[in-house]
Design a protein around this ligand. Structure first.
Ligand code: ATP
Ligand code: MG
Length: 471
């Protein structure tokens, strides 16, 4: 019956129309039944009047039902962000629709403002260079900035902090904060699962007035670089003082002997003075290298503006090392594979690189062998990812000598300050272990690169790449 009504009158299926008609007609039904019972109206008239009442109710409810349906469709359309005109025949419905529309507009603009605010907060948060994490009361990560996601992985949000870091001192500090035993904690800890990084962390409890899910904020500062720099510096001081103390103790030992037991021994005096001179020379070359290194470290910003002719530099350097090459029975040969242009660099520093590398090639070459220097231009400087080398054309200077093959472990450490291969120490070949460190420092300053290869058959090749232009 209901269904029939609705279909007939074009009313939506789930509308309450027929229920409303029936409910509205109950009092008239009761009235007509009573009139019929008390014989005030014949049952046939009572029934006819009742049907007329129902039809009357139906037609008076019909426009209201239509309006309510239209209003409902209008509200659904608003909720789905569809644009609809406000078009109702009843004034009341029109006013309700307008009121709903203005509430909707207000909420939309509020939501837009909040969304824009949240996005700008997240963008600001992401520009911070240090990782930041937010935690809820259970220790789950509720938010992170870009630096945190780069360090700890893009999926850290909603993970528990004790799964992200497992270091006990850190976890117990976080617990202290979450259990309200402390308001802020600072500590340094090592993170084995993140390349053993050394992290300084500041954990803070958020004030009760902040009503979000986050109750604590963790900021992390990666101090691994500063730590290793500090260690390198203290190692450097230890090495430098050790290297200086050894010749100094030799010299003072001989002075003491000359003052006492060997006072009148002329032969011993000559021999001792020779050794003392050698040790003093070693000390002075060590001090010269140390000064040179510190000057280079200080002059990182020095502008590179000389037009350097590598041929001229090589002429100077080979001339200076001619006697040394002769003493070692080593022949130096220069091959220019492709014509190389002048480069923009620091003239004196390029002298220093080539002087150190050629000095090594002569010093560590097998006797009666040849040291070759191959020159060419290359289209780009070869570099490993992360190495900051200049883009564009470069010159390549490859210095090769025959000699003991350098093993992998030594190859990785040759440019460390004071590092010398055991075999050369055993062979009593003199050196401070600073020459390659100095060369490397200069090459880095020029945004070039140094590669070393070593094979039993081809010998040892140290190749310097220097950009033709400094941009
Ligand atoms: N051409 C080479 N062939 C073989 N080994 C080399 C060569 N060049 C360097 N090495 C090894 O690398 C070490 C470091 O070289 P580096 O030039 O830094 O120091 P050094 O030659 O010992 O002393 P100096 O400070 O006087 O140059 C050397 O001690 C040597 O063991
Ligand atoms: Mg050297």
């Amino acid at each position: 019956m209901k269904k029939y009504f609705k279909t007939l009158l074009n009313i939506e299926r789930d509308s309450q129309f027929s229920t409303r008609v029936i409910i509205l007609s109950i009092p008239s039904a009761v009235l007509f039944i009573m009139l019929a019972i008390f014989d005030l109206l014949s049952p046939w008239y009572a029934f006819t009047c009742y049907v007329i009442t129902i039809i009357f109710n139906m037609f008076s409810l019909l426009p209201i039902s239509y309006e309510l349906q239209a209003l409902r469709r209008y509200i659904y359309a608003l909720a789905n962000n569809e644009q609809r005109d406000i078009n109702f025949s009843e004034k009341d419905t029109m006013e309700i629709a307008e009121a709903i529309n203005s509430v909707h507009k207000m909420w939309t603009s509020k939501t837009d403002t909040l969304e824009a605010q949240a996005m700008s907060d997240a963008a600001v948060f992401d520009t911070l260079p240090d990782p930041i994490l937010m935690l809820d009361g259970e220790g789950n990560i509720t938010g992170s900035n870009l630096a945190a996601r780069q360090l700890l992985g893009s999926d850290i949000v909603s993970r528990s902090i004790d799964k992200v870091f497992t270091t006990n001192i850190f976890i117990s500090s976080v617990e202290k904060i979450l259990k309200n035993k402390s308001l802020s904690e600072n500590l340094v800890f090592q993170a084995p699962q993140y390349n053993n990084r050394r992290l300084y962390t500041h954990i803070t409890k958020l004030p009760a007035s902040s009503k979000g899910r986050a109750v604590a904020v963790i900021s992390l500062y990666d101090i691994s670089k500063a730590f290793s720099l500090e260690k390198m510096q203290s190692d450097f001081v230890a090495n430098a003082s050790h290297e200086l103390r050894t010749p100094l103790s030799v010299i003072s030992g001989f002075i003491e002997t000359l003052q006492t037991t060997a006072r009148d021994d002329e032969d011993a005096r000559d021999a001792f003075l020779g050794i003392m001179k050698e040790q003093a020379e070693y000390m002075s070359s060590l001090i010269e290298d140390l000064l040179s290194l510190s000057r280079l470290e200080m002059a990182q910003d020095k502008e590179l503006k000389d037009k350097v002719d590598i041929h001229e530099v090589l002429d100077d350097v080979t001339n200076a090392l001619k006697i040394k090459a002769f003493q070692h029975s080593v022949n130096i040969k220069i091959d220019e594979l492709t014509r190389i242009p002048k480069i923009t660099a620091d003239n004196q520093q390029i002298h220093q690189i080539l002087q150190n590398l050629l000095d090594n090639a002569i010093k560590y070459a097998t006797e009666n062998s040849e040291v070759t220097i191959e020159l060419k231009t290359v289209s780009a400087i070869p570099a490993r990812p992360g190495q900051n080398v200049a883009q564009g054309k470069a010159v390549s200077i490859a210095i090769n000598n025959k000699g003991q093959k350098i093993n992998k472990e030594d190859l990785a450490r040759l440019t460390e300050k004071f590092y010398r291969m055991q075999i050369h120490k055993d062979m009593k070949i003199k050196g401070t272990g600073l020459g390659l460190a100095i060369a490397k420092q200069i090459i880095l300053h020029h945004r070039g690169n140094l590669t070393v290869t070593s094979t039993t058959y081809k010998g040892n090749t140290f190749t310097v790449y220097l950009p033709i232009k400094q941009k």
